[in-house]
Design a protein around this ligand. Structure first.
Ligand code: UDX
Length: 433
């Protein structure tokens, strides 16, 4: 099948490479010439474990181009995997999706299926189909299919190759059959439904997971008050298969490109229909306040961070990605700087992206040792393995005042007993050193 993928971000590029790996010839289209040049040389423009290797293994079936007109002309299936960023009011910005839809309409010369992978508000696939049909330059059959993507950053390749399910939302049997055939070499359960249900499955899944995290974070905060241990509580809950043990890790809140955006978009939609989804609203509010949890905890030790040296371990929204979108570090570090602290930060891959926002305001360190050296307090925002490998004596030896605020519960609190380190994490006993 002649497949084209529009957009080479996380969703587009991983989809393109996975489809090539399944035996299809895939043309990946992007507007960014420099990115296209890189990909032609087998270099992935995004940091994603395993992606570059899989790309290189399948180069003979992959083409990268900025020439969308030629690519769409003969396409049988076009996947749209462009971004749908958040607008100021919380709704999704669909301008990239509509732009691609226009380009498809103006160029396709064959019957064609357009598959929307981007996360889009309920009803958007109907609008995309109407837009394409209204602007067709040639008399061809075209139908839009919703096929939401569920990959997580950092595990995008295995998530796509071994997805938990493939959701296909289409309005005709012909369209369902064609997209089913695209995935014939994938061996996952298929959920075949109509377009609006497929669009809803994506939001309902992401927002349920966001809610699960906000729920465990709220319970963790309550554990601190009643003297319970959130890790044991989550473990005890997780053995119940109706609850499940994943996404019960308490911390300083969820970030990333999906949960914050998708919760706000669904909440916005529910208000639009005058049926506010109260659970989603709660998930958002809890997350906003959870992101400031460590700053609040720091007040137990210092009235203000003015004149202090603060060590920050981890800048990205989670490990194994260089992505900073909605990362807790982005709301916390500006507060520290405003307070008048000297901030030293370490992250194995996120520094370059952070520098784009804050080139000179903080000191970027190459090693954890350098970051902790002579610090008055340490904030842990991302559970990188290098951070998890640290021992209480490392903090004691390097810091001026060994106070560790751990937003990702990287260590067992008891290991800090008698270490001379103050260890304060989420939803667990504070160890006074
Ligand atoms: C998420 C969804 O998992 C994925 O299905 C969807 O397609 C896109 O959004 P991603 O944002 O890449 O993927 O990361 P994920 O691993 O889900 O983590 C999101 C955030 O939640 C991170 O900030 C992470 O630290 C936080 N999280 C996750 C918790 O705080 N606790 C948990 O138990 C799990």
């Amino acid at each position: 099948m002649n497949i084209v993928v529009a957009g080479t971000g996380y969703v587009g590029l991983v989809t393109g490479v996975a489809l090539a790996n399944a035996g299809h010839c895939v043309t990946c289209v992007d507007v960014d010439q420099a990115k296209v040049e890189l990909m032609r040389q087998g270099v992935s423009p995004i940091y994603e474990p395993g992606l570059e290797e899989l790309m290189q293994e399948n180069m003979e079936r992959l083409t990268f181009t900025t020439d969308y007109a030629s690519a769409y002309r003969t396409a049988e299936v076009v996947f749209i995997g462009v971004g749908t960023p958040e607008k100021k009011d919380g709704s999704a910005n669909l301008s990239y999706v509509f732009q691609v839809a226009h380009q498809i309409a103006e160029n396709i010369e064959n019957d064609c299926i357009v598959v929307v992978k981007s996360t889009v508000p309920i009803g958007t696939n109907d609008k995309v189909e109407k837009l394409i049909k209204d602007n067709l330059a040639h008399d061809v059959w075209v139908e839009v299919v919703s096929n939401p993507e569920f990959l997580s950053q950092g595990t995008a390749v295995p998530d796509t190759l071994h997805a938990a399910r493939i959701v296909i939302g289409a309005e005709s049997d012909r369209a369902k059959e064609i997209v089913r055939n695209v995935y014939e070499n994938f061996h996952q359960p298929f959920v075949i439904t109509n377009r609006r249900s497929a669009e809803m499955i994506k939001y309902a899944s992401n927002d349920f997971l966001a809610l699960k995290i906000s729920y465990i974070n709220e319970i963790a905060n309550f554990c601190e008050i009643v003297g319970a241990n959130i890790e044991d509580v989550a473990k005890g809950m997780g053995y119940d298969p109706r609850i499940g043990n994943r996404f019960l890790h308490a911390g300083i809140g969820y970030g990333g490109s999906c949960f914050p955006k998708d919760t706000k978009a669904l909440h916005w939609m529910s208000n639009y229909y005058e049926r506010e989804l109260k659970t989603i609203k709660a998930a958002i509010e809890i997350n906003d306040s959870q992101k400031l949890k460590l700053i609040k905890k720091s007040k137990q030790y210092y009235d203000s961070l003015e004149g202090l040296t603060v060590a920050v371990l981890g800048l990205t929204f989670k490990p194994n990605t260089d992505d900073l979108r909605e990362a807790p570090s982005l709301v916390n570090i500006p507060i520290m700087l405003d307070d008048g602290a000297t901030v030293k930060a370490w992250d194995p891959v996120g520094v370059e992206n952070y520098k784009k926002k804050y080139p000179d305001e903080l000191q970027y360190c190459d090693t954890i040792e350098e970051t902790l050296k002579d610090a008055d307090i340490c904030f842990i925002f991302t559970e990188w393995q290098e951070v998890k490998d640290l021992k209480p004596e490392d903090f004691k030896r390097l810091m001026k005042k060994a106070i560790v605020l751990d937003g990702r519960n990287c260590y067992i609190p008891e290991t800090f007993s008698g270490s001379g380190v103050v260890y304060n994490s989420i939803g667990r006993t504070i160890v006074e050193g």
